[in-house]
Design a protein around this ligand. Structure first.
Ligand code: G1P
Ligand code: ZN
Length: 544
C-alpha cells in the first residue's frame, strides 16, 4: 500500500505543556490538527522508522478515532510494529511498562489525565521515549518547532482496524499487535509487592477498603489486580467501568473530586483504607479511616518504609521530589543517608535521575508517586505499596502517619488553586513577585522571617540541561515555605497555584487542622502577591 502525502499548514499553539499537548476536543477535531502534531512526532523521531511504537490512551472521548489516525500514519511513516492496548486502552504507567518490556522506540499516549472528558471537554496527546518516560524538553521543543513549519503528512487510505480482538494483524507494511492492556502491568506489580501478605490482609475479615476508579482507565486494572488476583471482595473497586466521559465527573483523585470515597472513610463506620486514581491511571490518593495522606507525606512514608516490600527490600538509592512538593521526603533522605533532589514540576524531570540510578523513588504534590519500575508516576503502584505496608506493619494508616511525624516532624502542606483566571493578570502577579524577590531575604512577613526568595531554576545533574523560571519560592526560617507558579496543563486562561508548607517538629502539635495551621502563611501569600487585586479572586477554587 502506497503512503498518501497530504498537504497541510501549521496551527498555532501546538506547544506541549507540562504533560503533552492538551486542548478541547473540538480543537483536536479540526481537520489536520491531530495529523500535524503526529506527523511532527514522526518527523523529529527518526528512530520510529523501522521501530516499534506503543499506542494507547485513557479511553476518553475521541480516543478510538485518534488511534485509527495514528496507526495509519505510523504505517505510512515506516514504523515496523505497533503495540496497541485492546480497545485502544492503556493506562499511562502501563504504557511505560510496555515500552520497557518490549524495548519499543516510543509511545503515543492519548490522555488529558485528570481533565474531564467528552465532546465539550478535554483531549490530549503526548509522546513517551524509549526509556518509557515522557519526552524531555529537548524532544518537545523540537516537536513544537516542527509543528510551526509542517506542510505535509503521510497516511494510508484504508478502512479502520479492529482494535478489540487480541493478536497480530497487518496495516500496510506495519504489523499491529493488540495486547491485553492489563497483563504486563499486573505481572510487574506482582514482582514488586508481597501479594501473599496483601491477600491475607484482605481475607483477615477485619480490613475494609474501596478503590475509586472514577469511571476511568484504572477500572479494569484495579478489578484484575485487587479483586481477581488479590482476592478483595467483589465491589471493592467502585466506579469501575471506564467511560468516555468518566461518567460526567472530574477524574482527579483529590479531596474535592473524590467526595464519595472520602465520605466512606469517615465516621464510626469508616473504611480502613480508601484510594483513587485519575483519568489515565498515573495519580493516586491515599486515605485511611478519618485520615488523608498528603501526596508529599505519602512519598516520605514510602521512602522510609520501602525496605518492607520485596521490590525495594535492599533499600532506596535516592529520592526526588518536584519543587512545590513538601520537604518531608528530604528529612527521610537525610536520615537514610541517601541523595535527595528538587526538580521542576513535571514527571519528565525525574527521567534522567531514574535512568542514571541516582534515585529509586520520586513524587509530586499533585498526587503523583512512582519509582524506577517504570518512567511515569503510577497510581495503582502507590496503592499496592501502601497495602503492602499495611499488611506488614499491621497498623492503621493514621498510626503509620503519626509514627512517621514523631520520627521526622510534620510538614503541614496545602495547595490553593485559582483556576481559569485572566492570563494577563496572572502573569502580572508573577512578574510583580519577581520584582520583589531581591528585597525579601531577611524581611519579616507576619511572624516569619524570609530566609531565601528566588525564581526556581534547575540544572539537570546528568545532562546539564537547564530549566528556568519554574516558580517563585519563598523560604522562611524554621522550614515554612510559600511557592507560586502558573499551571502548564490548564486549557483555559491561567491557573495560579499557591503551595503552602509549614514545618512542625513538636508531636503535641501534629494533629491540628491543616488550613488552620496554614492561616499565617495564607495571609502572607495573599498580601505579598496581591492575589485579589490581580486575579479578581478572593478565595481559591480548589484547596487540596
Ligand atoms: C500538573 C501538576 C504536575 C503534574 C502535571 C501532570 O501540572 O501540578 O505536578 O506533573 O499536572 O500530571 P501543572 O498544571 O501544575 O503544570
Ligand atoms: Zn494523570
Amino acid at each position: 500500500m502506497e503512503p498518501q502525502i497530504i498537504a497541510t499548514s501549521p496551527f498555532d499553539g501546538q506547544r506541549p505543556g507540562t504533560s503533552g499537548l492538551r486542548k478541547k476536543v473540538k480543537v483536536f477535531q479540526q481537520p489536520r490538527y491531530l495529523e500535524n502534531f503526529v506527523q511532527s512526532i514522526f518527523d523529529t523521531q527518526p528512530d520510529l522508522q523501522g521501530g516499534v511504537l506503543v499506542v494507547g490512551g485513557d479511553g476518553r472521548y475521541f480516543n478510538r478515532e485518534s488511534i485509527q489516525v495514528i496507526l495509519r500514519m505510523a504505517a505510512a511513516n515506516g514504523v515496523s510494529k505497533a503495540l496497541v492496548g485492546r480497545g485502544g486502552l492503556f493506562s499511562t504507567p502501563a504504557v511505560s511498562c510496555v515500552i520497557r518490556k518490549y524495548a519499543a522506540q516510543g509511545a503515543i499516549v492519548l490522555s488529558a489525565s485528570h481533565n474531564p472528558g467528552g465532546p465539550d471537554e478535554d483531549f490530549g496527546i503526548k509522546y513517551n521515549v524509549a526509556s518509557g518516560g515522557p519526552a524531555p524538553e529537548s524532544v518537545t521543543n523540537a516537536l513544537h518547532t516542527r509543528t510551526r513549519t509542517i506542510d505535509r503528512y503521510l497516511t494510508l487510505d484504508c478502512p479502520a482496524l479492529d482494535l478489540d480482538d487480541l493478536g497480530a494483524r497487518q496495516l500496510g507494511d506495519m504489523e499491529v499487535v493488540i495486547l491485553d492492556p492489563v497483563a504486563d502491568y499486573a505481572e510487574l506489580m506482582e514482582s514488586l509487592f508481597d501479594f501473599n501478605a496483601i491477600h491475607q490482609l484482605f481475607n483477615s475479615g477485619h480490613f475494609r477498603m474501596r478503590f475509586d476508579a472514577m469511571h476511568a482507565i484504572t477500572g479494569p486494572y484495579a478489578v484484575e489486580i485487587l479483586e481477581n488476583r488479590l482476592g478483595a471482595a467483589p465491589g471493592t473497586v467502585m466506579h469501575a467501568e471506564a467511560k468516555e466521559d468518566f461518567g460526567g465527573g472530574h477524574p482527579d483523585p483529590n479531596l474535592a473530586h473524590a467526595k464519595t470515597l472520602v465520605g466512606l472513610t469517615q465516621g464510626p463506620d469508616g473504611l480502613d483504607f480508601g484510594a483513587a486514581s485519575d483519568g489515565d491511571g498515573d495519580r493516586n490518593m491515599i486515605l485511611g479511616k478519618d485520615c488523608f495522606v498528603t501526596p508529599s507525606d505519602s512519598l516520605a512514608v514510602l521512602a522510609a518504609n520501602a525496605h518492607l516490600t520485596p521490590g525495594y527490600k535492599s533499600g532506596i538509592r535516592g529520592v526526588a521530589r518536584s519543587m512545590p512538593t513538601s520537604q518531608a521526603a528530604d528529612r527521610v533522605a537525610e536520615q537514610l543517608g541517601v541523595e535527595c533532589f528538587e526538580t521542576p514540576t513535571g514527571w519528565k524531570f525525574f527521567g534522567n535521575l531514574l535512568d542514571a540510578g541516582r534515585i529509586t523513588l520520586c513524587g509530586e504534590e499533585s498526587f503523583g508517586t512512582g519509582s524506577d519500575h517504570v518512567r511515569e508516576k503510577d497510581g495503582l503502584w502507590a496503592v499496592l505499596f501502601w497495602l503492602n505496608l499495611l499488611a506488614v506493619r499491621q497498623q492503621s494508616v493514621a498510626d503509620i502517619l503519626a509514627d512517621h511525624w514523631r520520627r521526622f516532624g510534620r510538614n503541614y502542606y496545602s495547595r490553593h488553586d485559582y483556576e481559569a483566571v485572566d492570563l494577563a493578570g496572572a502573569e502580572g502577579l508573577m512578574n510583580h513577585l519577581r520584582i520583589l524577590l531581591p528585597d525579601l531575604p531577611g524581611r519579616q512577613l507576619g511572624r516569619l522571617t524570609v530566609n531565601y526568595a528566588d525564581d526556581f531554576a534547575y540544572t539537570d545533574p546528568i545532562d546539564g540541561s537547564r530549566a528556568e523560571r519554574q516558580g517563585i519560592r519563598i523560604g522562611f526560617e524554621g522550614g515554612a515555605r510559600i511557592v507560586f507558579r502558573l499551571s502548564g496543563t490548564g486549557t483555559e486562561g491561567a491557573t495560579l497555584r499557591v503551595y503552602l508548607e509549614f514545618f512542625e517538629p513538636d508531636p503535641s502539635r501534629h494533629h491540628r487542622d491543616t488550613q488552620e495551621a496554614m492561616e499565617p502563611l495564607i495571609l502572607i501569600a495573599r498580601e505579598l502577591a496581591q492575589i485579589e487585586a490581580r486575579t479578581g479572586r478572593r478565595d481559591p477554587d480548589v484547596i487540596t
